[in-house]
Design a protein around this ligand. Structure first.
Ligand SMILES: [Zn+2]
Ligand SMILES: [Zn+2]
Length: 133
């Protein structure tokens, strides 16, 4: 799937900044922080353009946010196009990379009466294959 197809499937207008953001995340194959995405963009976009494009992608669930320990915020491409369920994430304690574990889906948890679920986040922390070598 290409960036343009993803934008089309969400009826979003194609802009080079939106496409660029999607491409960057797709190529890297791991979650990136806002700064990391900005640094890797080939085009030069001002802050406002970048921020707006970024927000649009987030609002349309094309990218999703992953927060580790209330400190590290990274974004990954949302795979809900293929997988409807939420999924767990892996965090490497050594290199701080974050990756979606799409095969580890979040099942519906049964909560006590009167409780409402707002967010469920499962982060598995450990050492990634590259760091283990
Ligand atoms: Zn690592
Ligand atoms: Zn994810």
């Amino acid at each position: 799937m290409k960036a343009i197809d993803i934008l089309n499937s969400h009826s979003l207008k194609r802009t080079s900044c939106r496409e660029g953001i999607i491409d960057v995340i797709m190529i890297t194959n791991q979650a990136l922080s806002e700064n990391e995405i900005r640094e890797r963009l080939s085009g030069n976009y001002d802050r406002t353009t970048f921020y707006r494009s970024f927000k649009t992608l987030e609002e349309h669930d094309i990218i999703h946010k992953i927060v580790i320990d209330n400190q590290i915020v990274k974004y990954a491409l949302d795979t809900s196009i293929m997988h409807k369920n939420g999924h767990a994430h892996f965090f490497c304690n050594e290199c701080h990379m974050v990756q979606c574990l799409e095969s580890v889906t979040l099942q519906n948890v049964e909560l006590p009466e009167g409780y409402t679920e707002e967010e469920t986040e499962i982060i598995i922390k450990g050492t990634c294959a590259a760091c283990k070598k």
